[in-house]
Ligand binder design. Structure first.
Ligand SMILES: NC(=O)c1ccc[n+]([C@@H]2O[C@H](COP(=O)([O-])OP(=O)(O)OC[C@H]3O[C@@H](n4cnc5c(N)ncnc54)[C@H](O)[C@@H]3O)[C@@H](O)[C@H]2O)c1
Length: 264
């Protein structure tokens, strides 16, 4: 079950800034392990190349390229390049996203627009260019990586991120209904507090660099008693990419160790 042989998966933000496994990097690895040919992109080409090395090192098929997915022209070029390389796109994982602190009083207008661009417009642009191709090929699966911050106050002052991730989930629902008859499925994977390399940067932004204290606080916030990791997100992605999930569209798989159910 859950094999992806013969499928092509486009993964945005396939790199990880720092050592270890972020959600996009793990998703690229798991999709390749399941048999998909992966086309990855990242703003940071060195990060994308590290993912390519890791995936190819375990026998996976992967090609990477530099792309800023907040730029429509670059996204069009990315999709064209993927088609040129592999001939089709069956799976699209819109993984790019980033949280910045602030509320309407403290956040600059520029940072607000940046948060909408990177967390929402990026997925809109990839859907814009990929859905017509999936539609003409008879279908496909789009997986948008959201966050529980789009469902709840997740403990950090991040209004731009929370608003954009909530909008991403509603864009997913509405687009899923519109394209259901085209065989194009759209679902969200909604991570909670994950122990990825991002946590170190979050500690700088939200805990004045107190990494140990920030990590302990994040573990304690989860009913399961610990943060999840990028593999937990990647496995949900693989399920939604596979044909075994063919009757599931417009849904959210929350991967959070119980946080949202404990804070209803
Ligand atoms: N790590 C968590 O705890 C957590 C929790 C909830 C949701 N998420 C979501 O998971 C997704 C990935 O998070 P991660 O922890 O793997 O982050 P990460 O920072 O490790 O990886 C994200 C990658 O995206 C790339 N990127 C950033 N802007 C880009 C752009 N404009 N175009 C192309 N690439 C770009 C970065 O260079 C980086 O390599 C994000 O959408 C994030 O909001 C993460």
């Amino acid at each position: 079950m859950f094999r992806l042989d013969g499928k092509v998966a486009l993964v945005t933000g396939c790199g990880t800034l720092g050592e270890g496994w972020g959600n996009g990097k793990a998703a690229a690895a798991v999709l390749a392990r399941q048999g998909a040919a992966v086309y990855g992109c990242d703003l940071n080409i060195d990060a994308a190349r590290q993912t390519a090395q890791a995936v190819a090192g375990e026998g996976g098929k992967i090609t990477v390229r530099q792309c800023d997915v907040t730029d429509g022209g670059q996204v069009a070029e990315l999709v064209r390049a993927c088609i040129e390389t592999y001939g089709r796109i069956d799976v699209l994982v819109n993984n790019v996203g980033r949280s910045e602190p602030g509320d309407p009083v403290s956040m600059s207008e520029e940072l607000w627009h940046d948060q909408i661009q990177v967390n929402l417009t990026s997925a809109f642009l990839c859907c814009k260019h990929v859905i017509p191709l999936m539609k003409s090929a008879g279908g496909g699966s789009i997986i948008n990586i959201s966050s529980i911050a789009g469902l709840r106050h997740a403990g950090k002052p991040q209004v731009g991120y929370a608003a954009a991730k909530a909008a991403l989930m509603q864009m997913t629902v509405t687009t899923a209904v519109i394209h259901a008859r085209d065989g194009v499925r759209l679902n969200s994977v909604v991570p909670g507090l994950m122990f990825t390399p991002l946590v170190e940067r979050l500690a700088q932004k939200y805990a004045q660099g107190d990494y140990e204290g920030f990590v302990a606080h994040r573990h304690a916030q989860v009913p399961a008693g610990r943060m999840g990791d990028a593999w937990d997100v990647a496995h949900a992605v693989a399920f939604l990419a596979s044909d075994e999930s063919r009757y599931i569209t417009g849904q959210q798989i929350v991967v959070d160790g119980g946080i949202t159910m404990a804070t209803r």
